[in-house]
Write a protein that binds this ligand. Structure first.
Ligand code: ZN
Length: 154
C-alpha cells in the first residue's frame, strides 16, 4: 500500500502476513518481525489484527520525527567525549533500545489516536490485558529508564 506521511515522506507498507511486515521508505526496505503486533494483537480476529498492524506500521512512519527528536536529544545532550570505548558502546546500545521503545510507544499511540473508540471495541471483543500490560509497561520502563541512564552522563 502506497502511503504518505503528514510531513511529506512517501513510503510503501505491506503487512504481508502475520510474521513479516515491510516498510519501504525512499526505496530502502525495512523488513522486520512484528514482535509488538504478536504481543499486542494476541487472540484477535485476523481482520482486526491486520488492520491494527497496518496502522501501527504507518504509525512508525508518522511518528518518525518523534524518534528522530529522541535520538537527537540523546546524541546532542550527552557528553560523549573523553569516554572509554566500552562505555560509549554500552551507552549507544542502551540509547538504541530506548529509541526503539519510544518509537513503539509513539506508533501505538498513533494507532489509538487514529482509531479512537474502535480501538476500545476491538480490545473489548478480544481482551488481551496481559499483552497490553507487557507492551505498555515494558516499553515505558525501557524508554524511561534507559533514556535516564544514558542522560545521567551529560
Ligand atoms: Zn512497531
Amino acid at each position: 500500500m502506497q502511503v504518505q506521511s503528514w510531513y511529506g515522506l512517501p513510503a510503501r507498507i505491506a503487512v504481508e502476513n502475520e510474521l513479516w511486515h515491510l516498510v519501504e521508505v525512499g526505496g530502502v526496505a525495512l523488513h522486520h518481525p512484528p514482535v509488538v503486533n504478536l504481543i499486542l494483537r494476541r487472540g484477535m480476529p485476523t481482520a482486526d489484527r491486520l488492520y491494527l498492524s497496518y496502522l501501527h506500521e504507518f504509525g512508525h512512519l508518522q511518528t518518525l520525527p518523534v524518534a528522530i527528536a529522541h535520538a537527537l536529544i540523546l546524541t546532542l545532550i550527552v557528553r560523549w567525549r573523553g569516554r572509554k570505548l566500552g562505555d560509549v558502546i554500552l551507552n549507544l546500545l542502551a540509547g538504541a533500545i530506548a529509541h526503539e521503545a519510544v518509537w513503539e510507544l509513539a506508533s501505538e499511540a498513533y494507532v489509538i489516536a487514529k482509531t479512537g473508540p474502535e480501538y476500545r471495541r476491538i480490545y473489548q471483543q478480544a481482551p488481551n490485558l496481559f499483552g497490553q500490560a507487557v507492551f505498555w509497561g515494558g516499553m515505558s520502563t525501557l524508554a524511561l529508564l534507559l533514556t535516564a541512564w544514558v542522560m545521567r552522563g551529560k
